[in-house]
Design a protein around this ligand. Structure first.
Ligand SMILES: [Zn+2]
Ligand SMILES: [Zn+2]
Length: 352
């Protein structure tokens, strides 16, 4: 597949990313700032929080992880733009993942800001982060992994793999539910929500038609493709949702994409085409692996796919993601009749 390389909107930001550094706080446009907020122990290194100036303060898009380091970086970034944390009137969260939502509650505590989230992600908040129900979630993850054929010896380890990051998300409930097409009503901004399920069920992008800017969250990024996986809180066919959501943003008249990671870039449509082609290739690879045996588990398919490094060297929490991502591709192929699921314990997959 021919590589498509996007044009960075800010060479300095791209160079900082490429050099393994944290980019500078930048004025993107009059009244619009980009504030990198560090993420601990994660190859993405930082989330880009966008600060939108309002007549009486600011709104921010995404917040960062709930750590002191992240909070301090956000406060310092607001300072460069000439604001304090008390000036934050609203937090527009693209999706529930901890690097975006984690710090939202603390920002609200310090400023009285409202928090906006799509209802499909708002529903997941309680189940994902409340102690009294978290065991249910781990049990459901374990059952899902067992049906995938994950070896019994590693089931518990894999099922509990993301529990250690829960402390970086504060248990904030959103104040505003934002649906597809909703106008955010921020003075001076014609911001509209675009619902883009796939990476998470309630993922939102925010479009400014007049400025031709798209705040894309994790939906479209310059270099990496976001994980799209089947898990206890996903829909049955998240890859179909994701590809539909890509088609939806491809139609938008956008000059510059403002993602939550890496760096800002141009050429939304070209990047979308590339990501779509990447998934087509992956789907064909999954179909080939299924066709090479007479009934194979999802886990076995995952171990036989090409990853960025050898399977044996992939740590267990990433193996779970790889398995669940493989399952998303199998579910997509199943919906199209290209593979069959023979239900059992574990499920076996074969060609029709
Ligand atoms: Zn995410
Ligand atoms: Zn993210």
């Amino acid at each position: 597949m021919a590589k498509f390389v996007v044009t960075p909107a800010s060479v300095a930001q791209r160079d900082a990313w490429a050099g393994g550094a944290i980019p500078e706080v930048e004025r993107v446009r009059p009244g619009l700032w980009s504030v990198p907020v560090p993420i601990p122990v994660n190859p993405l290194r930082y989330v880009l929080v966008y600060v939108l100036e309002l007549p009486d303060g600011v709104a921010i898009v995404d917040a960062g992880w709930n750590t002191d380091e992240a909070y301090d970086a956000l406060v310092a970034g607001l300072g460069v733009a000439g604001y304090t944390i008390a000036d934050v009137k609203g937090v527009l969260v693209t999706h529930i993942h901890p690097d975006h939502y984690g710090l939202a509650g603390r920002v609200r505590e310090m400023s009285g800001a409202w928090i906006a989230l799509h209802p499909a992600d708002a529903r997941l908040v309680r189940e994902r982060y409340d102690d009294d129900v978290i065991d249910t979630l781990v049990r459901r993850e374990r059952a899902l992994l067992a049906r995938c054929g994950v070896p019994a010896a590693t089931l518990d380890e894999l099922a509990g793999a993301s529990m250690m990051i829960r402390h970086v998300v504060s248990m904030a409930r959103p104040d505003r539910l934002v649906e597809d097409g909703d106008e955010l009503g921020l003075p001076g901004w014609d911001l509209r929500a675009v619902w883009t399920p796939g990476h998470s069920p309630g993922h939102l992008c925010f479009l400014s038609p007049a400025r031709r800017l798209l705040f894309s969250g994790d939906h479209v990024l310059a270099k990496i493709t976001p994980i799209v996986a089947v898990h206890p809180q996903s829909g049955p066919n998240p890859l179909a949702d994701y590809l539909d959501s890509l088609a939806a943003v491809r139609k938008l008249d956008v000059e510059e994409v403002l993602p939550a990671h890496e760096y800002r870039f141009m050429e939304l449509a070209g990047r979308v085409d590339y990501v779509m082609a990447h998934h087509d290739e992956r789907l064909a690879e999954v179909e080939r692996v299924v066709g090479a045996s007479d009934g194979v588990t999802c886990w076995a398919v995952a171990t036989r796919l090409t990853w960025s490094r050898p399977w044996e060297t992939i740590p267990s929490y990433m193996r779970r993601a790889a398995n669940n991502e493989t399952l998303a591709h199998l579910a997509w192929l199943e919906a199209r009749g290209r593979v069959l699921r023979v239900a059992g314990e574990p499920d076996l997959w074969r060609l029709p």
